[in-house]
Design a protein around this ligand. Structure first.
Ligand SMILES: NC(=O)c1ccc[n+]([C@@H]2O[C@H](COP(=O)([O-])OP(=O)(O)OC[C@H]3O[C@@H](n4cnc5c(N)ncnc54)[C@H](OP(=O)(O)O)[C@@H]3O)[C@@H](O)[C@H]2O)c1
Length: 289
């Protein structure tokens, strides 16, 4: 299948759905007991099913997730893929950002990243220094686009003012339950300023699917879709919003792919926005910085 892309007015586009890799190969550190073959096979299955956008980070599994991505993409046409990775918050000085990117390139076994993200905002390294490093990486052709993760609107605007390139992407915790990007004006900012908002944790690690509330079941019936498909489609039916879900299970992946290529009606987006129960104002994992 072909996954539709969301295109910004400035011409940049990405598929509305991509695969995430948090938890593949370990969490904050490599887990040597992890069945890496399952994770590599899951990424390969995703690509074979039409997924082209893969999200990873130097921090995931202590760099090992990037190595798994590198193994998984072997034999596929690199130019058809969009590989996104992130410099972690302890590497945001000018020199460290350059070295971190080069180390990530080596682990993935690629000559460039389609998108390189600051993994979060930190106050202890001047943003001007990190953005200068991002501009250098872009000028050297090692990264094709610059983005951020977990940035609130103010810091996104600040970062934009400090780079000669366009910031086209902010990756943040957003789903039916966790509404921080709405509550803090980031969604509105991205829509007004031509930035893609990539929602991470779209099914809240599966928790949103365990006992779906009545409003979700009603939508499942109306659209003949599963709870995962409703949760993901609610995100990507909104302007400027795309998403990434992780699945080591191919069955989960196929379920999630049923969320793409169609749109929920605007009144249903708004009903889910207002009627979904027990919403949370702030991320329980990485609040906006
Ligand atoms: N920038 C950041 O700070 C940040 C933070 C967190 C995440 N992310 C990115 O966003 C990606 C997605 O977020 P996430 O992995 O935290 O959460 P997620 O995609 O909401 O959930 C992944 C978990 O849910 C399960 N799952 C997925 N689809 C399912 C389905 N249809 N039915 C039942 N279970 C399902 C997966 O199980 P199986 O693996 O068994 O299939 C996995 O355990 C990450 O992998 C990462 O790339 C970025």
């Amino acid at each position: 299948m072909s996954i539709p892309e969301k295109k910004l007015k400035n011409g940049f586009s990405l598929p509305e759905f991509g695969i995430g890799t948090w938890g593949m190969g370990g969490k904050g550190h490599r887990n040597y007991l992890n069945d890496d073959k399952v994770d590599v096979a899951a990424i390969r299955a995703a690509i074979e099913l039409g997924v082209t956008c893969i999200d990873t980070a130097e921090m995931y599994a202590g760099g090992h997730a990037e190595e798994l991505v590198g193994r998984a993409i072997q034999g596929f046409d690199r130019s058809s893929l969009r590989i996104i990775t992130k410099v972690f918050v302890n590497h945001l000085s000018y020199d460290d950002t350059l070295s971190a990117c080069k180390a990530s390139l080596k682990r993935v076994g690629t000559e460039y990243f389609d998108m390189y993200l600051l993994h979060g905002y930190v106050a202890d390294v001047p943003l001007t220094e990190t953005m200068r490093a991002m501009d250098t990486l872009k000028a050297e052709g090692l990264i094709r686009n610059i983005g951020v993760a977990n940035f609130g609107a103010d810091h996104l605007a600040e970062a934009q003012a400090l780079t000669e390139n366009r910031i086209v992407y902010d990756q943040v915790h957003y789903n039916l339950e966790f509404r921080e990007p709405e509550r803090k004006g980031l969604l509105e900012y991205c829509q007004a300023n031509d930035v893609l908002l990539a929602a991470w944790r779209p099914v809240q690690k599966g928790a949103l699917l365990e006992n779906p509330p009545g409003i979700v079941l009603e939508m499942c019936k109306k659209y003949q879709k599963t709870p995962a498909q409703i949760a993901i489609n609610w995100l990507i039916s909104q302007d400027n919003v795309i998403t990434l879900a992780k699945s080591s299970s191919v069955e989960h992946l196929k379920d999630n792919l049923g969320a793409v290529g169609w749109r929920m009606e605007p009144e249903d987006i708004e009903r889910l926005r207002s009627e979904y129960p027990d919403q949370r104002d702030v991320s329980d994992a990485v609040p906006l910085g």
